[in-house]
Design a binder for this molecule. Structure first.
Ligand code: NCD
Ligand code: ZN
Length: 343
């Protein structure tokens, strides 16, 4: 096969940032994707409906002429979140999900939730109105090994929340383990799981063997090869519960290449090229559209995009770094030559 036309994809987990960084990265997403779930971990975070409306307006104002893109906004769940504000933001169509960061789990998560009992009223209201909870699934306890934090979160936090809140729609975001794949497969259709592009490509050796590679460091951190293979099998299966959330998370090189560098891989420019190759390698090109363009809208109750993109077998043209007013941002390097481009 040398050409593949699919419904235009969406990205169900994206960091656009704000200001100059947003202006630099947004076109890279908007050139391929019709919609994206926009993460609210700005500084300060997007907590209220008013903040989400203002952020959406800034995203739309930063969109270059000629590119159509719909930002799907989210609210950052805190222990002070007002369930009525969440419900109003949902009823007006402004927000499509609420994001749960365990306090301290990742970049800009200091305002996240430490005591889950305090957010119970909000979760119950969300279950009532059908508003999904997007979950960063890692415990933050210092005594839990960083490679075990997702599996422990499923047992200690996620499963208890779901049992205590029947009907709550939950997205397990950026899953990185076979434990998460197995858990997702055992649930009903109120649970979805996103998978990033980079977690289909790298395992923890890519980060740590033969010299430390800061640009491969993200959270949740990539795990053993057996987990990567489980993610590949899930993503390429076509199963409705698995869909693309790139977690494209730009940081300047200056902030990545530090003694304490930031977590995040910037994959927006080459995600579709990488995915086409991954699916082709796994003889699953016919299921790429399910993963990138159909399963996500079905979970969120939104229409599949009516326009299409065409992937052709030719080396893609994208930069190794993009320039921003804050400094260069390195594009994720899959470590192999890419063979597909979006026409
Ligand atoms: C994200 C970021 O930089 O905002 N980083 C990352 O490694 N994925 C935060 C997140 O989604 O965990
Ligand atoms: Zn993220």
């Amino acid at each position: 096969m040398t050409s593949l036309t699919i419904a235009r994809p969406d990205d169900w987990h994206l960091h656009l940032r704000d200001g100059a960084m947003m202006r630099a990265v947004l076109p890279h997403t908007a050139q391929h994707f019709a919609r994206a779930i926009i993460m609210p971990n700005l500084v300060p975070p997007v907590v209220t409906g008013d903040q989400a409306r203002a952020y959406r307006d800034r995203v739309l104002a930063a969109l270059p002429d000629g590119l159509a893109f719909e930002p799907l906004m989210t609210l950052y769940l805190t222990e002070d979140t007002d369930p009525d504000d969440v419900a109003a933001a949902h009823a007006s169509g402004l927000i499509k999900a609420v994001k749960l960061y365990p306090a301290g789990a990742t970049t800009n998560s200091a305002s996240g939730v430490a005591n889950f009992d305090i957010v119970r009223a909000t979760l119950e209201r969300m279950a009532e109105i059908g508003l999904p909870l997007c979950v960063h699934g890692e415990v933050t306890d210092a005594d839990i090994d960083i490679f075990d934090r997702e599996a422990v979160f499923i047992d200690r936090v996620l499963d208890p929340i779901r049992r205590a809140t029947p009907g709550l729609r939950v997205v397990m975001e950026h899953i990185t383990t076979s434990n998460a794949v197995d858990y997702a497969r055992a649930q009903d259709d109120s649970l979805g799981a996103t998978i990033t592009t980079h977690h289909l490509v790298i395992n923890r050796n890519h980060i740590l063997a033969g010299g430390i590679k800061p640009h491969y460091y993200c959270l949740p951190v990539a795990k053993r090869e057996e987990h990567r293979l489980a993610l590949r099998a899930a993503a390429t299966s076509g199963e409705a519960r698995f869909f693309l959330g790139t977690d494209s998370a730009p940081h300047t090189d200056a902030n990545k290449l530090l003694p304490c560098g930031c977590a995040g891989c910037f994959t927006a420019p080459n995600t579709m090229a990488i995915l086409a190759q991954v699916f082709e390698q796994d003889a699953a090109l016919d299921r790429l559209e399910a993963f990138t363009s159909r399963n996500g809208p079905a979970f969120y109750g939104l229409p599949v995009n009516s326009d299409t993109i065409t992937l052709t077998k030719s080396a893609p043209d994208y930069p190794a770094h993009i320039d921003t007013e804050d400094g260069p941002v390195t594009v994720f390097d899959p470590g192999f030559d890419l063979e597909w481009s979006v026409r």
